[in-house]
Design a protein. Structure first.
Length: 267
């Protein structure tokens, strides 16, 4: 769960280079092998348009990464630990656009290999809308998506299973189960005026339907994401306490846990 949440914060690495109405990326496909990566896109509007085959390059530098395409350069300094842990990865047909006050994104496939685990996903989509204006484009997106949005995921597989098993160890279907992989299928997260609802199927040898609901918001005064979990069940078994027990073990400088809240601190 921590890794999935962290993915939401990566967008804050984006510099102040666009407003909510001027970004579009189509057919973004590429690979990464630490510390460098390369990709192509069929369309890129950030903020000026390029409509021919575009080559994009990511190069590791002393304090972060240098992103170049055409004659444009952007530096991402002091990236989060998730990026530093990434060893290699591939992705295909990533599409992203903000039109007016609406944002949409989709990923056909993604594979990442970290220091201690790997993850793959297929058929991911995101829709959300602008709420408040911020000069930082990434903050503007996070603020809007935490108020009103919808995320759908057809398939995700992760080799990180011990923490999930610890959360589900009181669910009858998972008693005595040993699994190397965690698979999530047909997951859907809906956020309406900061109230969120998550439904998905988790498979680890056996399967269970997981439902989580609560409240999410970006707190400008503290520059952090606040997630409040109100209910969490797997096959009608309450797993709320187990979720917080496991997240508490993973606290860091950028993630703090204080039941019923999870705080993600943005730098």
């Amino acid at each position: 769960m921590k890794r999935i949440i962290t993915l939401m914060t990566l967008i804050c690495m984006a510099p102040t280079m666009a407003d909510f109405k001027t970004v579009k990326v189509s057919g973004f496909t590429g690979s990464y092998d630490k510390p460098d990566g390369s990709a192509t896109a069929t369309e890129l509007v950030i903020p000026s348009a390029k409509n021919t085959q575009i080559e994009i390059k990511l190069t590791g530098i002393e304090n972060g990464y240098l992103l170049t395409y055409g004659d444009q350069e952007f530096t991402f300094e002091n990236p989060p630990a998730f990026i530093n842990d990434l060893q290699d990865g591939t992705w295909s047909n990533v599409n992203y656009s903000t039109i007016g006050k609406n944002l949409s994104s989709s990923i056909n496939s993604l594979y990442t290999n970290l220091d201690d685990s790997s993850m793959s996903l297929n058929n991911f989509s995101l829709q959300c809308s602008e709420s408040r204006f911020f000069e930082n484009y990434g903050i503007q997106i996070i603020d809007g998506c935490l108020k009103n949005g919808k995320i759908q995921l057809k398939y995700l597989k992760s080799t990180t299973s011990r923490k999930i098993l610890n959360i589900l160890d009181e669910v009858p279907e998972f008693l005595g189960v040993y699994a190397n992989d965690t698979i999530v299928k047909d997951a859907k997260l809906t956020i309406n005026n900061h109230k969120f609802s998550f439904v998905g199927k988790i498979q680890m040898g056996m399967s269970a339907k997981v439902k989580i609901s609560g409240h999410s918001e970006y707190q400008k005064e503290n520059n952090r994401i606040a997630i409040r979990i109100d209910k969490a069940k797997a096959s009608f078994i309450n797993i709320k306490n187990k979720i917080f027990e496991e997240l508490k073990k993973s606290e860091s400088d950028t993630m703090k846990v204080k039941k019923p809240y999870i705080y993600l601190l943005l730098k």
